[in-house]
Design a protein around this ligand. Structure first.
Ligand SMILES: Cc1cc2nc3c(=O)[nH]c(=O)nc-3n(C[C@H](O)[C@H](O)[C@H](O)COP(=O)(O)OP(=O)(O)OC[C@H]3O[C@@H](n4cnc5c(N)ncnc54)[C@H](O)[C@@H]3O)c2cc1C
Length: 406
C-alpha cells in the first residue's frame, strides 16, 4: 500500500481523449491537476486498444491547436474535403463540399490512437499534470471544504474539484447519484480500417443501409476507416467470420470505386446507445465527455461534443478563478452545466432522429428521406447550415473552440 498524498486543484478520473485534453488545457491555464486512469499508459496507445478514428470538426481542431496538441496530430490528420451521403442504391443523394464555404476543410480524420499519442507527447512538454495509471478509485469523499479521492493503491488526492471523464459507465457519475437516461439502439458499430488501390480524395461517404449507416472515412494515405452499423443480433456472427469472409462482406458494401480493397489490422464492435446524465454537475463535481453523454456515431459528433465540454469547463473555471471564486462551488459549476446541457440536447435529438429515420427500410419513410435529402441538396442556406454543423462552428461556442485565447 502506498501512503502517497497529493494536493492539487483538480482531480480528473479518466485519462481518455476528453480527460487528457481537459488536464492539458487546465494545466496550461495555471491549474495543478491529477489524472487517474485504470489502464496502463502503454495500453491506451497500443494499436489494438481502440481501433476507431474520429472525424474531428474544424472547431475541435482549433481547440487542439490552442492547447499545443495539434502539432503532434497534424502529420496523422487527413483533411475531410467532401461528404457524400446516399441512401442505399437510390440516385438521390446529398453532397457537401468544403469549397462552398471557402474556409478550409470540413474537419479532419485522426485515428484515436494517434490523438492519444499526441496528448502524451504534449504532456511531456508541460508542467502541472500528475498522471496516475494504472490506478483505480476506492473512495470519493466530497465535503464543503474539498474532495478527497482515495485510490486502491492507498494514494490519497485532495482537490477543490473532481471531474468525471471516465466514459459511459462513469463511476464518478454513479458516485454522485446522477441518473442517466438510456436508449438502446440494438445496433453495434463494427469498426475496421482498409487499404485501397485508388485515392479517396479526402471524401467521406455515408451510406444508409437497412441495418444502419455504413461510413467510409478517409485516413492519411490510401487508407480508410469504416464504421459499419449492424443489428446487434447479427454482430457476433459478423465478428466471428473468417478474415476472408469478413473482407468479402466489406468489399461488397464498399463497391469498386476505391479499386482493390484489403482489411488491415483488427476489427472492433461497439454497442450503440444514446445515454445522457440528467445533470452534469454536483457539489465539487463535474462530468465531461462520454461520462456526461454518449450518442450514436451516425454524425461523428460524440467526441466533438466532449471537446466542447472540455473547452466550456476550462473557460468557466478560468473565469471563476480570475475573480477569486471557489472552483468547486455549485454556483460556478452550474454555469458550466447550463451551458452544456442546453447545447448538447439539440444534438442528442438530431442524432437520434437521423438514426431512426435512416436505419429502416419502410417504403414511405425511405421515400420521405430521399426527397428530404434531395431538397437539402438544392437549398443552399440549408446545406450551408449542415456544413457549419459538421465544422462544429454553430451554437454557443467556448472561446478555445473559436481559436481565441482565454
Ligand atoms: C463506432 C464509433 C465511432 C465513433 N466515431 C466518432 C467520430 O467520428 N467523431 C466523434 O466526435 N466521435 C466519435 N465517436 C465517439 C467517441 O469515440 C467518444 O465520444 C469518445 O471516445 C469519448 O471519449 P471520453 O474520453 O469521454 O471517454 P472514453 O474514451 O470512454 O475514456 C474514458 C477513460 O476513462 C478510463 N476509466 C474508465 N473508468 C475508470 C475508472 N473507474 N477509474 C479510472 N479510469 C477509468 C478509461 O480507461 C478511459 O481511458 C465514435 C464512437 C463509436 C462507438
Amino acid at each position: 500500500m502506498s501512503d502517497k498524498k497529493l494536493e492539487t486543484d483538480i482531480t480528473i478520473i479518466g485519462g481518455g481523449l476528453a480527460g487528457m485534453t481537459a488536464a492539458i488545457g487546465l494545466a496550461e491555464h495555471g491549474f495543478e491537476v491529477a489524472v487517474v486512469d485504470m489502464a496502463p499508459q502503454g495500453d491506451l496507445t497500443a494499436a489494438g486498444y481502440d481501433g476507431r478514428a474520429s472525424a474531428l470538426a474544424f472547431a475541435s481542431c482549433q481547440l487542439f491547436e490552442a492547447l499545443g496538441i495539434w502539432k503532434h496530430m497534424e502529420p496523422y490528420a487527413q483533411p475531410i474535403l467532401e461528404i457524400r451521403v446516399s441512401d442505399g442504391p437510390s440516385l438521390l443523394s446529398l453532397h457537401f463540399d468544403h469549397e462552398t464555404l471557402g474556409d478550409g476543410p470540413l474537419g479532419h480524420m485522426v485515428e484515436n490512437r494517434h490523438t492519444r499519442i499526441a496528448l502524451f507527447e504534449r504532456l511531456k512538454e508541460i508542467k502541472g499534470v500528475t498522471l496516475l495509471a494504472p490506478e483505480r478509485v476506492a473512495e470519493i469523499d466530497r465535503t464543503k471544504e474539498g474532495v478527497t479521492t482515495t485510490l486502491t493503491s492507498g494514494t490519497v488526492i485532495k482537490s477543490d474539484l473532481i471531474i468525471g471523464a471516465d466514459g459511459r459507465g462513469s463511476l464518478v457519475r454513479q458516485h454522485a447519484g446522477i441518473p442517466v437516461s438510456v436508449i438502446d439502439y440494438k445496433q453495434h458499430g463494427i469498426v475496421c480500417s482498409v487499404e485501397h488501390e485508388f485515392s479517396h480524395c479526402g471524401i467521406a461517404h455515408e451510406r444508409f443501409l437497412p441495418s444502419g449507416p455504413f461510413a467510409i472515412l478517409p485516413l492519411c494515405g490510401n487508407r480508410s476507416s469504416l464504421v459499419w452499423t449492424e443489428k446487434s443480433h447479427l454482430t457476433d456472427t459478423i465478428m466471428g467470420l473468417s478474415d476472408r469472409a469478413f473482407e468479402s462482406e466489406v468489399r461488397r458494401r464498399i463497391g469498386d470505386f476505391l479499386g482493390e480493397v484489403k482489411v488491415i489490422g483488427g476489427r472492433w464492435a461497439y454497442p450503440l446507445t444514446l445515454q445522457y446524465g440528467q445533470d452534469y454537475v454536483a457539489d465539487r463535481l463535474a462530468l465531461i465527455g462520454d461520462a456526461a453523454h454518449g450518442i450514436h456515431p451516425i454524425s461523428g459528433q460524440g467526441l466533438n461534443l466532449g471537446l466542447k465540454d472540455v473547452a466550456a469547463l476550462i473557460e468557466t473555471l478560468v473565469d471563476a478563478r480570475r475573480v477569486g471564486l471557489d472552483i468547486g462551488a455549485m454556483s460556478v459549476l452550474e454555469n458550466y452545466g447550463r451551458w452544456r446541457t442546453t447545447d448538447n440536447a439539440s444534438v442528442y435529438a438530431i442524432t437520434d432522429g437521423f438514426n431512426r429515420l435512416f436505419s429502416n427500410d419502410i417504403a414511405p419513410i425511405k421515400l420521405l428521406r430521399d426527397v428530404g435529402m434531395a431538397a437539402v441538396d438544392q437549398v443552399v442556406p440549408l446545406k450551408n447550415f449542415f456544413m457549419q454543423h459538421a465544422r462544429g462552428t454553430v451554437g454557443d461556442l467556448p472561446k478555445l473552440l473559436r481559436g481565441e485565447q482565454l
